[in-house]
Design a protein around this ligand. Structure first.
Ligand code: FES
Length: 180
């Protein structure tokens, strides 16, 4: 069984830490024309492009907020509102794929009765596949907002949803360790 690991100081849905934004800004700032990639990275980690996060990212990358919103509103891919209260990201990166990431996704999809990339009708859960959450040594992993569930097995769906519902205690780890 996996114990969820909290990588935030708050348990608020998809509210990213300043540290994560700084890490993203540092990573992409040096590469000219990388704004789309930086926003893509942000959405992959958080689930959507929150206004506050976009402002911080723009500030740290030296890009005006207006330019960020031009990009976010032009591409349908970007979400500016949380697609669900709990954003469940199933890692299908190489390490997780080799350790059964696809089975984890299938298990969650069955449990929630929704296909990947969609939300439950009550907008409680959103299920998405992502590429590498930066903690490959814990594969296969799932993140729910800022909590990471590691080394999941065949019962991943029931286990993750149960953990969310009873709000199990968490272990705190440094955010940089999942942002690598
Ligand atoms: S491949 Fe899943 S965390 Fe890196």
């Amino acid at each position: 069984m996996s114990t969820p690991i909290d990588v935030s100081t708050t348990a608020k849905a998809a509210a990213p830490k300043t540290d994560m934004i700084s890490t993203l800004a540092k990573k992409w700032k040096k590469i000219p024309g990388s704004l789309i990639m930086a926003l893509h990275d942000l959405q992959t980690k958080v689930g959507y492009v929150q206004r506050e996060s976009a402002m911080r990212l723009g500030h740290e990358m030296g890009v005006p907020l207006a330019q960020i919103y031009e990009v976010v509103t032009f591409y349908n891919f970007f979400k500016t509102e949380a697609p669900g209260k709990y954003i469940i990201s199933v890692c299908l990166g190489t390490a997780c794929h080799l350790k059964g990431g696809a089975n984890v996704l299938e298990s969650l999809s069955k449990e929630l009765k929704i296909p990947e990339g969609t939300s439950t009708p009550d907008k409680e859960y959103h299920l998405q596949a992502v590429r590498c959450l930066g903690c490959c040594g814990l594969a296969p992993v799932v993140s729910v907002n800022n909590k990471v569930y590691a080394r999941l097995g065949h019962d991943a769906g029931r286990h993750v949803i149960d953990s969310i519902q009873i709000d199990k205690p968490m272990i705190e780890i440094e955010p940089d360790s999942v942002d690598a």
